[in-house]
Design a protein around this ligand. Structure first.
Ligand SMILES: NC(=O)c1ccc[n+]([C@@H]2O[C@H](COP(=O)([O-])OP(=O)(O)OC[C@H]3O[C@@H](n4cnc5c(N)ncnc54)[C@H](O)[C@@H]3O)[C@@H](O)[C@H]2O)c1
Length: 329
């Protein structure tokens, strides 16, 4: 199978590449390297793998590569709270117009590659519902700033995908991704676990925003990519949003404690106000827990990684790369 991955030098994109290369597939990854890095391809053999530096909005070979692909994962997006707050115009430009350009190219190609358009748990917005099913309500409070622009861009991606499925019959999967974690995730754009690992291994305080009672549900990225592949190959999954994540829930304070315990670190925990981190307007969502019933009805997906196993793996991979004061070698 020939696989095209946009945002292929990013966190999830690089794991998708690794997953398909291990299956014997041929992979082309395109990325503008705005947050991604070619370092993620270390160890990839070049015989079935090609990387192209390109912007999804302007990449001139898009039509040619779309025509060749049997499956396309569209992961390119402006992601991560730090970048989303700093570059709100880019969020709409890249996330919405980039997706539209890709979908138009697929229609022009007169061929039907399986398409995976990444959505996000952020589409549930500020809802207070505890367990989020695909039919749960969305509540957006734009006056609270923060991730609303990103959330709406991802909801727009779902609507674009459903429209192209309806009008052009494209075989599109729409995963709503919930907090993937694992190797190669960068802590530079607001993701919590890589930051905690780095802080614990460097012996500096683990910084918890707010009082740490907000919860999240983390899914190992290797489970995430397997779920995406299973959904993409199942026609019954096409054309509808499907939660992809792990229903196990943990408070951010307990996550910090777990990282300290498993790394044997002597780091203390330091609480930081959201206002100091992200400005006074910012309101954090208190909970994001997916129901994965639909995913399990559509596929035989089961998780193979527990949170503890992921944390241990990250500690093992990073312990020789960190020097005191949190600098990564
Ligand atoms: N990581 C998660 O837990 C999570 C949760 C919900 C949704 N998602 C979605 O999954 C996808 C992948 O996220 P990720 O965590 O791997 O983020 P990431 O930032 O690691 O990957 C995104 C990649 O897209 C690239 N990119 C950005 N703009 C581009 C452009 N104009 N042209 C080409 N490439 C561009 C970046 O350089 C980066 O490598 C995104 O669409 C994101 O919205 C991820």
């Amino acid at each position: 199978m020939k696989v095209l991955i946009t945002g292929g030098a990013g966190f999830i994109g690089s794991h998708l590449a690794e997953y398909h290369l291990a299956k014997g597939d041929t992979v082309t990854a395109v990325d503008d390297l705005s947050t991604g890095s070619k370092d993620v391809f270390k160890g990839f053999k070049p015989d079935r793998f090609t990387f192209v530096e390109g912007d999804i909005l302007t990449w001139k070979d898009l039509d040619r590569e779309v025509k060749r692909a049997d499956r396309i994962y569209h992961m390119a997006a402006v992601v991560g709270i730090v970048r989303v707050l700093r570059e709100p115009v880019e969020v709409t430009r890249v996330n919405v117009l980039g997706t539209e350009r890709l979908l138009e190219s697929v229609v022009r190609s007169h061929h039907l590659p399986e398409l995976v358009i990444a959505s996000s748990s952020s589409v549930y917005g500020h809802t207070k519902q505890e367990l989020l099913g695909e039919e749960s309500e969305f509540i957006f409070r734009p006056e609270q700033g923060g991730l609303t622009g990103y959330a709406i861009s991802k909801l727009t991606n779902e609507i674009q995908a459903m429209a192209y499925r309806h009008i052009h019959g494209l075989p599109i999967t729409i995963p709503r991704l919930f907090n993937a974690v694992g190797p190669r995730q960068s802590g530079n754009y607001g993701f919590v676990l890589p930051r905690f690992i780095k802080q614990a291994l460097s012996g500096i305080p683990l910084t918890v925003y707010g009082d740490g009672t907000q919860t999240r549900s983390f899914c190992d990225v290797r489970d995430t990519v397997r779920a995406l592949a299973l959904l993409a190959e199942n026609p019954k999954a096409w054309g509808q949003p499907v939660n992809v994540g792990n229903a196990r829930e943990i408070t951010i304070l307990d996550l910090a404690r777990l990282v300290i315990e498993r790394s044997g670190s002597s780091s203390p925990i330091e609480f930081i106000t959201y206002a100091r981190g992200y400005g006074s307007e910012f309101r954090q969502t208190t909970q994001r827990r997916p129901s994965i019933e639909r995913l399990q009805e559509l596929t035989d997906f089961r998780h193979s990684w527990s949170l503890e196993q992921t944390i241990d793996d990250l500690i093992r991979r990073n312990s020789d790369r960190i020097v005191p004061q949190g600098r990564l070698l």
